[in-house]
Ligand binder design. Structure first.
Ligand code: ADP
Length: 408
């Protein structure tokens, strides 16, 4: 019988899932490897019909269902239906764990954790820290517990990897009551990606993780940087929420914290409205009218000044963080690009590193621009003091790996 881990990433209006087969990894150990199935359900709880798309590696055509998914419960039932109708048959697979992506684990959760009622209660207590994400994650956990009552459910937190931040890095200089009573501090996100990518970087360099220092640039729709010293996150750009730090698709990243109060005075915007706009209408969208970097690139190439400015702001912010995190680490072995923009946009990579030669950082143009290899690769010249790498992220593999680790 095949063994597998099911990874569930339940968002406010979507469910993404992957079934990963466990493969031999020497000495009787097994690790997540090949995808047996991947899928997504979108527009859950929205107006009109959503779509479930379910793929198996050898299927020429994905299995698709269009339906109104009134809530997550119904969507999860449809996912089970897809496994029943299109396969693989879950009854013929030994599920070792269901790994749930959970966005906010606060200071409580420093690693992947098997879910029981007490864990679920704590994740529920953290809803004020992640009001959009944690409720959806909880719905997914409750549904999966009902669907797979005999399989251990494991929470893998976006925040956990950054729980190693030193106090000096995670503390905001704000009144003690805010910090102590309301848990105001830096938490950081995208932890599974930063962990996976930093570990891969050490492997690519052929060095022990414990002796490798890297700066990881996770540049997707959401974007964050981390400084990872010897496998431990020591600084990261997202904060109490994912709003802080880099310029993102629709989020502003860093701004003067006095701006919301200013806008309240001059524009009558309440804090909820400002928060919404900073999360949904800012970033590349606010600057250039599109949150998709490919569109912004096209507009900039066509001479649109707003798009050019957006790219300049985006890359300037990146360069500033790279310099700052270099100072935090002292010695940097690699700068690593990952996620949609990091993996696919050579101009962002070269321009965010431009002028950093004194730090030992350089990009080989031919390597950077080559589209022949889309996998893990060096884009720095041979013999460079600091390696510059592209490492495709794989959050599902990492969630499966950690879920398996938590139950074995
Ligand atoms: P998410 O955070 O939603 O998982 P992704 O990691 O998929 O996001 O990244 C999405 C971003 O990656 C978008 O801004 C998109 O424009 C960008 N992207 C994807 N492919 C390319 C490409 N070929 N060139 C430039 N940007 C790209």
């Amino acid at each position: 019988m095949k063994q597998a881990v099911l990874v569930l990433n339940v968002g406010s209006s979507s469910i993404k899932y992957q079934l990963l087969e466990l493969e031999p990894a020497g000495e009787g150990a097994r690790e997540p490897g090949a995808r047996l199935a991947t899928g997504i359900v979108d527009r859950i709880g929205g107006e009109g019909a959503g779509t479930l798309t379910h793929k198996q590696p050898d299927d020429p055509q994905p299995y698709e269902v269009s339906d109104t998914f009134a809530d997550h419960e119904q969507a999860l039932a449809a996912v089970l239906g897809a496994f029943r109708d299109a396969g693989p048959d879950l009854a013929k697979i030994e599920l070792k764990a269901v790994g749930h992506r959970v966005v906010h684990g606060g200071s409580e959760f420093i690693q992947a954790t098997v879910i029981d009622d007490a864990v679920l209660a704590k994740v529920t207590e953290m809803i004020p820290l992640a009001p959009l994400h944690n409720p959806a994650n909880i719905t997914g956990i409750e549904g999966a517990r009902r669907a797979f009552p005999d399989v251990p459910q494991v929470a893998v937190f976006d925040t956990a990897f950054h729980q190693t931040l030193p106090e000096a890095a995670y503390t905001y200089a704000v009144p003690s009551e805010w910090r102590e009573r309301y848990a105001v501090r830096r938490y950081g996100f995208h932890g599974t990606s930063h962990e996976y990518v930093s570990r891969r970087a050490a492997a690519i360099l052929g060095r022990p993780v414990a002796e490798t220092n890297v700066i990881v640039l996770h540049l997707g729709n959401g974007a964050s940087v981390s400084a990872v010293a010897g496998g431990r996150s020591v600084e990261t750009s997202m904060g109490l929420t994912p709003l802080e730090g880099l310029v993102m698709g629709t989020r502003s990243g860093d701004i003067d914290p006095a701006i919301p109060a200013y806008l309240q005075r001059v524009a009558g915007l309440d804090s909820a409205a400002v928060e919404r706009e900073l999360n949904r209408s800012s970033g590349l969208l606010g600057l250039a009218g599109s949150n998709d970097l490919r569109d912004v690139n096209k507009k900039a190439d066509a001479g649109d000044p707003a798009a050019r400015l957006a790219l300049d702001v985006y890359r300037h912010r990146l360069r500033k963080y790279i310099g700052a995190y270099y100072a935090v680490l002292g010695r940097v072995d690699a700068v690593v690009f990952t996620a949609g923009v990091g993996e696919n946009d050579p101009r962002t990579r070269s321009q965010s590193l431009a002028g950093l030669e004194r730090l030992g950082i350089a990009v080989d143009d031919a390597r950077n621009e080559s589209t022949a290899d889309r996998g893990e690769r060096f884009i720095s010249p041979d013999g460079a003091e600091v390696a510059v790498l592209v490492v495709p992220t794989d959050e599902e593999i990492e969630i499966a790996r950690q879920a398996l680790g938590a139950v074995s």
